[in-house]
Structures are given as structure tokens and as C-alpha cells.
Design a protein around this ligand. Structure first.
Ligand SMILES: Cc1ncc(COP(=O)(O)O)c(C=O)c1O
Length: 475
């Protein structure tokens, strides 16, 4: 006869609690008392050593987010002349955060509204806000809006919008496995984790040419041509992060041609509309062009930078269906909106109110809208001035020096003024970035990206001196 299997061991806590309950036949004697107290002390020790499901072995320590790590190191640096060129947020000429005057006004209007309350917003967000956000990105006269082919959801800023789009594509793309998502090389670092976290495969397309410090249009086009048909292509609508390099209108047209030819899906990320050039329509040109060409596409829109509403998390996700003669695109758009609502409900239930209320007040009032455009010009204008000032200072130092130590790419700073938006990809190497931080207390990301917003009339000479000195030291 086969030996009977050993009884399945009871979980420690359960078997102990069983042995703790006094047996009905056990008289309450001093010896049973002492056994009970022995067991109870055993139980309290055992509860500290119970096998845990999660341990350091299966949950490894994750690296700190590089950008937030940089911000922390900057805050802790006591050096008086330290400079923060890492942060992707606008600073005024005194290196202070700037509350847009129009946002202050909207805030007063909001706070004096007797109807204001703290009720939940609808799942898709504040309707006045989502309607205005649609018009802002696609143009008030957009045929897609007119045809009812746009579904818009208020999101947790631009990050939430990219995520909602990524989640929708992962869940509903008809191809299985879902197509690969192509990201520019380099890109905003968070793109990588947002798309992989929803289970999508990612790949890169060339974007930045280290030689020209401009767009590698040939590399970009040939990679998109060679990518499997129907791939998802993430495109920065304007003010590419981290390079500050945008395609020209002609290059956008070439990109659109290849995307159409290969049946790819263009996914726009727009975090800097109006902040890049100071002109809202100009910064939305690429998106509007693709929509005018009848592409099915989606857009992640952020109001963090252009309203200075970073922490208020105001953004929007727009789905734009392709036009079709039978008008089935309206039905498709409605179905997509219904699915987005389920995703949104399960993730955030409904979006936060404050930032969207502020943006909505401004976007829906012509006078305040005009004041906002003025604020956008103030921000982009100051940044453009700093670009020019830095370039002039660096080039003047090189020209003034007869030793000609600096040659080649690091002698040419034209890219500082040809790049656009918040960032400039300087071409500084990782070791040069390290010296700038350790010797000069100037903080920037390892890839040599600087936030132009961190430069002001008080530190621009110091920054130019530091960069020039580091280049000479390492030449
Ligand atoms: C390219 C890009 N996309 C999206 C975002 C999202 O920003 P937020 O979530 O703060 O709106 C950023 C912010 O830096 C960005 O640079």
C-alpha cells in the first residue's frame, strides 16, 4: 500500500491559533496555563518571522528618477551661485517660478464665484474646458470638430494624456500583438516607461544628429519606412524634448507622407503649445496638418508649461477619427469615447478640478485669452533672449581666444538659437556635465540638455564662463 501523504501543513498562524484554543477536555490547571503562555509568547515571536510574499529579492530597489534626483541635489547644494538648468519649468529673471498674471486673474474670478463647490467633475472632465482645449489644439474651424470626429478627455496633465492613449492602444488595437511604438531618439524619458508599463513594445527612430545638432531627417524617414506597417509613431508636436529641434513644415510633410505610405498611426505629444514660439497656431501646425490630411490620430495635450499650472495637472487627450463619406466615423468616435470613459473611471474616476477651471476661464474669455497670449510671449521672448545672449557670450569667448583650443563642433553655438522651446541640447558630454556640476555648481541632465528657463540676466555670464572653461579643460 502506498504510504499516505503527510498531512498538508497548516499555515503557521492558523496551526498556532488552533493549538492555542484550550481543548474542551483540558482542565484549567497551572500546567495548562503555563503551556498557554508559552504558546502565546511563541505566537508573538512567530508573527514577526512570518514568510512575506514581497521581499527585496523580488522587488529590487528602483533607481531614483534622474530628473527629480537632480532637483534634490540642487536644493541641497549650499553654494550661493548655483544654477539649476535641469528643471523643465519656467523661471523668471530672478530664477523664481512665475505665476502668469492671467492665471492670477482667473484664480480671483474662480474664488469669488458664489456657485463654486467641490463636487466631482464628470468622468470626461469639465465640458467647457475639454471643448476649449479641442479648439485650441485643432483650431476653432477644424473640420474634425465640425464633423463630430473628436473625443476629448480631461487628463492628469500631459503625462496622464499619454498614458490614457497608450492604455487605449494597448487594449483596443486590433492587431495582436499590438504594433511597436516608435519613439524619437532621444525622447522625454517618461515615454519609455509609460508605453512599456501598458505592455507595448517600444523601438527608436533616429532624431538628433550629433554632427549638425539638428534633425536627422534621413535617418528618421528611412527608419519609419522600414518599420513594420501599422506601427505607432510618437511625434513631439513642437519644442521637442530634450533636443529643442523641430522638423520644418516641409520635413513634417515628408514625415506625413511616409506615415501614410506605411499605414502607421501618428500619436502626437504636445506639451509646449504657445510656449515654444509664443504663437499658439504655429506650435500646433504639425497636428493641424496631419488632421487636414485625413489621418486618424490622437493628441496628448498639457497645460503645465503654457499656463504655468505644473502641479495642478491640467491636460487633455484627444482622439481624432479619420473622415469617411458614410459618416461612420462619428459612431466610431462615440464608441471610442465610451471605452475611454471606462478606462478613465477605473484609473482616476474623474479628473482634478482646479487647473481645468483656471484654464477654462481663460480659454473661454476673449479678453483673458488675449492676455494669456501676451504672457506666452513674455515667457517665450525671455527664453529667446537668453538663447541669443548665451550664444553671443560663448562665441565671443571663442573669438577672443587666439589659442584655438576649441575647434569643431564645440566652437559653433548656432544651435542654441536655432533650437526652440524650453530646452537646448548643448552637445556637452557626460564628463563635461559632471565638471560643470562639481566645480561650478551648475546642474543639468547627463545628456547635456539645459533648460533655457534656468538662465537669466544675473547668471548668464557665469554660465557662459563655466561652459567655456569646461570645454577648454576637456579639449
Ligand atoms: C514631451 C513631453 N511630454 C509630456 C510631458 C508631460 O508633462 P506634464 O505631465 O507635466 O503635463 C512633458 C513634460 O516635461 C514633456 O516634455
Amino acid at each position: 500500500m502506498a504510504p499516505s501523504p503527510p498531512p498538508h501543513p497548516l499555515p503557521a498562524a492558523l496551526s498556532l491559533s488552533r493549538s492555542l484554543s484550550p481543548s474542551p477536555s483540558l482542565p484549567d490547571t497551572p500546567s495548562s496555563q503555563s503551556r498557554l503562555s508559552q504558546l502565546s509568547s511563541h505566537l508573538s515571536t512567530a508573527s514577526h518571522t512570518m514568510a512575506a510574499v514581497f521581499s527585496a529579492a523580488n522587488v529590487p530597489q528602483a533607481p531614483e528618477d534622474p530628473l527629480f534626483g537632480l532637483m534634490r541635489a540642487y536644493r541641497q547644494d549650499p553654494f550661493a551661485k548655483k544654477v539649476d538648468l535641469g528643471i523643465g519649468a519656467y523661471r523668471d529673471d530672478h530664477a523664481k517660478p512665475w505665476i502668469l498674471p492671467v492665471v492670477r486673474k482667473a484664480d480671483e474670478i474662480l474664488r469669488s464665484d458664489p456657485e463654486l463647490n467641490h463636487e466631482y467633475l464628470p468622468i470626461a472632465g469639465l465640458p467647457q474646458y475639454t471643448g476649449a482645449a479641442q479648439k485650441l489644439i485643432l483650431g476653432a474651424d477644424s473640420p474634425a470638430i465640425h464633423d463630430g470626429r473628436v473625443a476629448t478627455f480631461q487628463t492628469i496633465s500631459g503625462t496622464g494624456a499619454v498614458h490614457l492613449g497608450a492604455l487605449f492602444l494597448a487594449k483596443f488595437h486590433p492587431l495582436r500583438p499590438a504594433p511597436t511604438v516608435y519613439l524619437s531618439d532621444p525622447t522625454w524619458a517618461n515615454h519609455n516607461q509609460i508605453f512599456t508599463n501598458v505592455g507595448l513594445q517600444i523601438a527608436k527612430y533616429p532624431y538628433f544628429s550629433a554632427q549638425t545638432k539638428g534633425l536627422d531627417i534621413d535617418g528618421l524617414l528611412s527608419t519609419l519606412l522600414a518599420a513594420p506597417a501599422g506601427s505607432i509613431i510618437v511625434l513631439h508636436a513642437c519644442a521637442h524634448n530634450p533636443t529643442g529641434v523641430d522638423p520644418t513644415h516641409d520635413q513634417w510633410k515628408q514625415i506625413a507622407t511616409v506615415i501614410r505610405e506605411r499605414g502607421h498611426f501618428p500619436f502626437f505629444d504636445c506639451a509646449y503649445q504657445g510656449f515654444a514660439s509664443g504663437d499658439l497656431a504655429r506650435d500646433a501646425w504639425a497636428i493641424r496638418y496631419f488632421v487636414s490630411q485625413g489621418f486618424e490620430t490622437c493628441v496628448a495635450q498639457s497645460f503645465a508649461k503654457n499656463f504655468g499650472l505644473y502641479g495642478e495637472r491640467a491636460g487633455a487627450f484627444h482622439w481624432i477619427s479619420a473622415p469617411d463619406a458614410a459618416a461612420t466615423s462619428q459612431v466610431t468616435t462615440g464608441n471610442i469615447a465610451s471605452q475611454l470613459a471606462i478606462l478613465q473611471r477605473s484609473e482616476i474616476s474623474n479628473p482634478p478640478a482646479y487647473g481645468s477651471r483656471i484654464a477654462s476661464i481663460v480659454l473661454n474669455d476673449p479678453q483673458l485669452f488675449a492676455e494669456w497670449e501676451e504672457d506666452l510671449r513674455t515667457m517665450s521672448g525671455r527664453i529667446a533672449e537668453m538663447r541669443l545672449g548665451l550664444r553671443q557670450r560663448l562665441e565671443a569667448r571663442i573669438l577672443a581666444d587666439s589659442s584655438n583650443i576649441i575647434n569643431g563642433s564645440q566652437a559653433n553655438w548656432a544651435h542654441i538659437t536655432s533650437q526652440i522651446g524650453m530646452f537646448s541640447f548643448t552637445g556637452l558630454s557626460e564628463s563635461q556635465v559632471k565638471v560643470l556640476r562639481e566645480k561650478w555648481h551648475i546642474y543639468m541632465t547627463k545628456n547635456g540638455r539645459i533648460s533655457m528657463a534656468g538662465i537669466n540676466s544675473h547668471n548668464i555670464d557665469y554660465v557662459a564662463e563655466a561652459i567655456d572653461s569646461v570645454i577648454r579643460e576637456t579639449a
